[in-house]
Design a protein around this ligand. Sequence first.
Ligand SMILES: [Zn+2]
Ligand SMILES: [Zn+2]
Length: 288
Amino acid sequence: MKAQVFRGVNQLSYEEVPKPDLGADEVLVQVKVVGLCQSDIKKIRYPLYEPPRIFGHETAGAIAAVGAEVKNWRVGQRVVVMHHIPCMHCGYCLNENFSMCDVYKNVTTTAGFSPAGGGFADYVKVPGHIVEHGGLIPIPDDITYEQASFVEPTNCCLKAVKKAQIAPGQTVLVTGAGPIGLMFIMLIQYFGGRAIATDLIPARMEKALSVGAEAAFDARDPDLSAKIAALTQGMGVDTAILAVPSDKAFFQALDCTRKGGKILFLLSSPMSWKFLLIPILFTGEKLI
Ligand SMILES: [Zn+2]
Ligand SMILES: [Zn+2]
């Protein structure tokens, strides 16, 4: 089969690799669509992982083969593949710090070499633990593979929005209207909140409005905090969500968030190493 193999920093090579062998409790999925995550770009551009590896984790496809002991799945079923799932019973999982769970960190889908997601290949193998514990999700007939490939990033954003406890009527600043920012805008509306977006690119600001942002501003606008104050009865937003890895965006969020409000970081930054050290999801309460 073909795969896009990570051979070193900034070195991807489209190669013939062996189709994965299947264990008795495993499932082989033919990849139909795989998303390109910012974290994939980070893994390719920075020396974080030993090559060779096959990345790709926003995977939707069709089951191509099932192991002898797999009972609940059949060839041809359309599925989303979760590349890793938590064990649900360790100390981290019981405290809902699922992404700290050792099983979550270390058991993943693979298309060969050290397991690393494997979605950038024709076929990806799903380990038994993931098959058995909810990591394969059937795709309803009216959902396309392209739509289904958004399950993983949407899930990250959903987790953040739930953590921020956005309530109906609350105002939320979303800094950055890229794919993640747009998902935030849609989710904020889903929970009854009002989204205000910022970005530097006019087309993204337009897109933010088209998916339901109440207002969208240029992040360089010197009157930004005044404009946001005007939309929030002079108080500032209840919550700011940082969907860009930028120091400036953080200080802007401080200016635009009301006293007692919340600022939430969703960070996976290839640009700013210090942000890489911060847990991917962190909420802090604004005290001043
Ligand atoms: Zn992703
Ligand atoms: Zn666990």
